[in-house]
Design a binder for this molecule. Sequence first.
Ligand SMILES: [Zn+2]
Length: 73
Amino acid sequence: MPKSKSIRGLGAKYGGTVRKRYSNIQRVLKAKKECPSCSSLKLKRVASGIWCCSRCGFTMAGGAYDVAPSRKT
Ligand SMILES: [Zn+2]
């Protein structure tokens, strides 16, 4: 089974479980988020749990790594 080289930032450190969690977070952070106010995909995380739309300036509270956090932790 070939190792995935697509995830950058951690290298071979920290063990597999942490890297898997990190890669999940990175994927979610890089995904486009739709602004609930203007429906553009400009929603960005400005702080942990705070999301701001760069188009209309709409700011909302959400999950730390995703706008709509999933229940499973
Ligand atoms: Zn917006």
